[in-house]
Design a protein around this ligand. Structure first.
Ligand code: FEO
Length: 168
């Protein structure tokens, strides 16, 4: 049975993962409208991944005797300035998510909930990967400069294909 503080922090994370999914969906839509088909594909897949994260939290809370709550969401930003600024926002957002996963680890240890601590480790590792893949994209964008967005857009399609073939 989950302690109340653990149930609450896990439900807060349900909301954060749901918002992440909506945020990347909004970014996917912006990319699609602005002619970046490859980046849109990456963002749609990322949005789907965040939905899977949200579902993992929902199922875990209910399995452990809590009640997972489906939250209302605020609207994510609709207009990005540039692709680079958008990915900088993605990195900032993922760093914020990593921080909140670490807070769950901290609380699980404080409450001696070693089951939750063990379960949440999957997300600790997932965040290392998510931050690394966005940093890699930003490195590529910095190398290319603003003039080669067409090439970048083609290139990012390959990145997602490689991740999928590695089972990520
Ligand atoms: Fe579910 Fe990208 O953190």
């Amino acid at each position: 049975m989950l302690k109340e503080r653990i149930e609450n922090i896990l439900n807060e994370q349900v909301e954060k993962e749901a918002y992440s999914s909506a945020l990347y969906l909004a970014m996917a839509s912006w990319c699609e409208k602005n002619g970046y088909a490859g980046i849109a594909e990456w963002m749609y897949a990322q949005s789907e991944e965040e939905r899977m994260h949200m579902l993992k939290f929902i199922k875990y809370i209910n399995e452990r005797g809590g009640h997972a709550i489906v939250p209302a969401l605020k609207q994510p930003p609709v207009n990005q300035q540039t692709v680079k600024a958008m990915f900088e926002d993605v990195l900032k957002h993922e760093q914020y998510i990593s921080d909140s996963i670490n807070q769950i680890v901290g609380l699980a240890i404080e409450e001696r909930d070693f089951t939750t601590n063990s379960w949440i480790q999957w997300f600790v590792n997932e965040q290392i990967e998510e931050e690394a893949s966005v940093s890699l994209i930003l490195d590529k964008l910095n190398m290319l400069g603003a003039n080669n967005m067409y090439l970048f857009d083609r290139d990012i399609m390959g990145l997602r294909a490689n991740e999928n073939s590695e089972g990520a």
